[in-house]
Design a protein around this ligand. Structure first.
Ligand code: PMT
Length: 223
């Protein structure tokens, strides 16, 4: 009989890319995420037989064929889009580099240069990953952790604090890895295990990580 693909009949929601937080009509703050890791995960999930919804911040990547893509700009918009589609999904993966803070108010007019210093006040954005994991019936929830120091410690702390099933940590202080590069290095943690996926192309890492996610999800369902 034909072998069922690992993620057959599973609906996976993935976030990817940066968010942009507007300051005035011509300026925003953002980060270096290219979306490559999240898009690679979406393609890997599709290849393993899943139905995939990709909620994407502004990136320069073409939408992958066979994947539903919802384009958003800000963290608020990404939060809204995710909460709308996540209700009946099986697995959620937060790979987006979501801005933790946004300017308290977007000014209607361009901020003019003056002779004095400029101070901006920021307020907190909603935490998408944490809100998904704290739903009454959450999907299998996977987070990412981008750290520049104490990677394992911060990743395991996020795993517990945000009630995640799994977290993939990348050390973004290493040149040529992580943000806006072809390669990455991931260490994956769950409540009683961990796996070092090493350094590899994002497409290769995505397949390895999706396979691990599928296995852990199946184990959780049958326990
Ligand atoms: O896009 P690329 O250029 O390919 O780079 C990939 C990547 C380095 C961006 C990716 O691998 C990665 O690490 N993504 C998460 C980046 C991040 O914002 O990490 P964090 O440690 O600040 O956030 C932890 C987790 O909470 C993440 O899953 C994040 O999606 C989520 N989060 C954070 C803040 C927020 N307001 N809402 C969230 O959902």
């Amino acid at each position: 009989s034909p072998i069922e693909p690992l993620l057959a009949n599973r609906h996976i929601v993935i976030t990817a890319g940066p968010t942009r937080e507007e300051i005035d009509p011509v300026r925003f703050i953002s980060n270096h995420s290219s979306g490559k890791m999240g898009y690679a995960l979406a393609k890997a999930a599709l290849a393993l037989g899943a139905k995939v919804t990709l909620v994407s911040g502004p990136v320069n990547l073409s939408p992958p064929a066979g994947i539903e893509v919802i384009d958003v700009v800000s963290a608020e918009q990404m939060h809204q889009a995710v909460m709308k589609v996540v209700a009946n999904c099986d697995i959620f993966i937060g790979c987006a580099a979501v801005a933790d803070y946004k300017p308290q108010q977007k000014t209607q007019q361009k901020i003019k240069k003056s002779n004095s210093e400029l101070t901006l006040t920021f307020t907190k954005n909603p935490d998408i990953l944490s809100d998904v994991a704290h739903l009454a019936q959450p999907p299998f929830t996977v987070g990412f952790a981008a750290e520049t120091q104490d990677v394992a410690h911060y990743a395991q702390d996020k795993l517990k604090r945000k009630k995640l099933d799994m977290i993939a940590a990348n050390d973004v202080s290493q040149a040529g890895l992580g943000f806006n590069s072809e390669k990455n290095a991931l260490n994956v943690y769950w409540n009683n295990g961990e796996k070092n996926l090493g350094v590899a192309d994002k497409s290769q890492l995505a397949l390895t990580l999706m396979t691990l996610v599928a296995q852990r999800h199946t184990e959780k369902m049958s326990s």
